[in-house]
Ligand binder design. Structure first.
Ligand code: UP6
Length: 260
């Protein structure tokens, strides 16, 4: 799977959002997802507009925002269309199907209405995916299963990782891939999203651990790198995003060139 190009993977995946993501990555030459962990709509929209040309995906935690409204998500959707990226709410759903279905479609955030992709923990078993899929109805939506985590002492054993892969294989109509720290699946239909990426730091003070974009792609199997503070807290976020984008995409090109 590691050596296959995004181009060749377009035809093997059966999820429409995976196909869209592969096409965006190829057209924009970016496998960078920015984690916009900010407290206000203004900051979120400004990052989305500035960084939009350089990303394939914008990851949000809308529950960090103090002034969230659905108007913000409307504007976010317009920016996503303008710059051709997808929206990814990192809600990490992790409850029984009936509850996640309501959390996904309801509450203050109505995530299903605007986020193309969401994250989910596999801990509850198939019900979490079936619940999300039931709330998505006929909208083009998908989820990414958290298979491994970047934080110190994560409890995701090999057995858990294997369980995530089985769940995904049985639910390819909704599961697009995994949040991971290694090549958790040999199935090239699944996209691997890797957080814990930063150039300047190796840890934060609350258990986060970082590798470089190159190591994420070449050593940890990342298809898409997820970068938060490394970009959002840089003195020049746009220039910094370009650096991460170029390093991650050239590492991808190197990986597929080495394989064929
Ligand atoms: N994230 C991780 N590690 C995981 C899963 N998710 O860091 O295993 C998320 C965090 C944050 C982003 O919730 O939004 O990825 C990483 O941000 P950072 O680059 O600022 O550390």
């Amino acid at each position: 799977r590691k050596d296959q190009t995004f181009e060749s993977r377009i035809s093997t995946t059966n999820h429409p959002l995976s196909r869209r993501l592969f096409k965006i990555m190829l057209r924009k030459k970016t496998n960078l997802c920015v984690a916009a962990d900010v407290a206000t709509s203004q900051q979120l929209l400004s990052l989305a507009d500035q960084l939009g040309p350089h990303i394939c995906l914008l990851k949000t935690h809308v529950d960090l925002m103090s002034d969230f409204t659905l108007d913000t998500t409307q504007e976010l959707k317009e920016l996503a269309e303008k710059h051709n990226f997808l929206l990814f709410e990192d809600r990490k759903f992790g409850d029984i199907g009936n509850t996640v279905a309501k959390q996904y479609s309801g509450g203050a955030h109505k995530v299903v209405e605007w986020a193309h992709l969401v994250t989910a923990h596999a801990l509850p078993g198939p019900g979490v995916i079936e619940g999300l899929a039931s709330a998505a109805q006929d909208q083009e939506r998908g989820c990414v299963l958290v298979s491994q985590m970047s934080s110190v002492g994560a409890l995701t054993s090999q057995e858990y990782v294997n369980g995530c892969s089985r769940l995904a294989e049985n639910h390819t109509y909704f599961v697009v891939g995994f949040v991971s720290q290694s090549s958790v699946s040999g199935d090239s239909r699944f996209i691997l999203f890797t957080p814990g990426v930063q150039l300047d730091k190796s840890v934060d003070n609350l258990g986060q651990q970082y590798v470089t974009p190159r190591a994420a792609v070449l050593e940890r199997g990342a298809d898409i790198i997820i970068v938060g503070r490394g970009i959002t807290q840089a003195s020049d976020p746009v220039a910094t995003a370009i650096t991460y984008k170029q390093q991650a995409f050239s590492a991808y090109e190197e990986r597929v060139a080495g394989g064929t």
